[in-house]
Design a protein around this ligand. Sequence first.
Ligand SMILES: [Zn+2]
Length: 185
Amino acid sequence: MKPWSLPFLRSALLLALAACGMSPNTSARPLTQDEYLRSRELMVPVQGVSRRQLRDTYSAPRSGGRAHLALDIMAKKGTRVLAVDDGYILRIADNELGGRTLYLTDPSRRFVYYYAHLDKRVYGLQEGQRVKRGQLLATVGTSGNAPKDAPHLHFQLLQMAPGKQWWTGEPINPLPYLRKKGDER
Ligand SMILES: [Zn+2]
């Protein structure tokens, strides 16, 4: 009998599948935070900006002894601000420091993406609305406490806090996870 006959292949395949299913290492272990964020293939959320143009300002000091805990992505006022990931708009709000802001979340609502110092938001955006990675959301500006001569997007990645209190989540440096150049779909 020929060793590579069809029944032989089929039983070999079934054995291989059974072995996979029984192996503890390949069972449905949930992705770690790092694995999950890498799998999102996040886009630089400012149009035309590549990953290599980003400066790591995550640990930079800020007033009052605080650390920045976010990235500042420098761009001309009016440059398009894009959805970093597929997901949903959590909140559309204004605050004193951040100015005009947006909060997004990923499809599994594990993380929060905070956008601040926006100039204009796209007309008609709604909280709860679904967004696609690369979708136009707003434009870069200097609202809030951003210097008027240095328009930029203040972008922060946060773990979703228990109880979905997105504003209290633990910050994470987004730089290693921004994989794709900022371009519209
Ligand atoms: Zn900032």
